[in-house]
Design a protein. Structure first.
Length: 243
């Protein structure tokens, strides 16, 4: 499992979105966060530099992988920021491994199918590699030029979403770590779903940002030249983490 460490201070794990790498999701904000925290940025199964295993991708397995990495690095407890699929993985870490979690920030995560915008799963059902955003393809192939590995990652990401089953509300109620839920008002997950998650998690706060999926992070597909949103998101994240 590939990971990078940047900066120094309290440990903060960064978990990328589906089809993504450390840089495509966090390239804009990672340098800002590394000024204050020890960043452990990961690439999950079949993504970027990390090898695949002969098993489907699941949010639960990804959560266990991150927990195992922190144990190997002798980091007993960390805060976590996850984006999109990485946000759902972050929720699973807080559910499955509460002892290793300080605080969580979930950006555009989801725990139920109806938390996604109408048509999301219809589109995913018929998606092919041609539908994958070019910046994500290019970033993967720059790391790993094997087109078969790219297609494998896409197929596993797609299968994870097509077969996604709702989690129980009590799973979120079990999360005791302080949580910050962030969603864009034009995201692939709905603001209503973000509100519902923030109401279920006992110690949660909610921020709705203007913009599309990833705009608040400056994610590679959502970079708006001159936008202050990523900087604002970092400031809000730091304020939450330092409470």
């Amino acid at each position: 499992m590939y990971y990078e460490i940047h900066g120094a201070g309290k440990p903060l794990v960064l978990i990328h979105g589906g089809g993504s790498t450390i840089q495509t999701t966090f390239g804009t904000i990672l340098p800002m966060l590394a000024k204050r925290y020890k960043i452990i940025a990961v690439e999950l199964q079949a993504h970027g530099h990390t090898n695949d295993r002969d098993a489907p991708e699941t949010f639960q397995q990804d959560a266990d992988d991150v927990a195992a990495l922190l144990q190997q690095l002798n980091i007993p407890k960390a805060s976590i920021i996850g984006f999109s699929n990485g946000g759902s993985t972050t929720l699973q870490i807080a559910i499955r491994h509460p002892e290793i979690v300080n605080k969580i920030i979930v950006v555009a995560g989801a725990y139920r199918r109806d938390g996604f915008i109408p048509g999301f799963f219809d589109g995913m059902q018929h998606a092919t590699l041609d539908n994958m955003p070019e910046p994500l393809k290019e970033a993967f192939l720059k790391i790993n030029p094997d087109t078969a590995a790219l297609e494998n990652m896409f197929n596993k990401d797609r299968a994870r979403m097509v077969t996604f089953k709702d989690w129980d509300d009590n799973d979120l109620r079990s999360i005791m770590a302080p949580a910050l839920i962030i969603s864009g008002d034009k995201d692939v997950t709905t603001p209503e779903h973000a509100l519902e998650m923030s109401n279920l998690i006992p110690n949660a706060e909610l921020i709705i940002m203007p913009g599309v999926h990833g705009a608040c992070l400056g994610e590679i597909e959502a970079v708006v030249p001159g936008s202050k949103q990523p900087e604002i998101t970092v400031q809000l994240a730091e304020e939450f983490l330092e409470k």
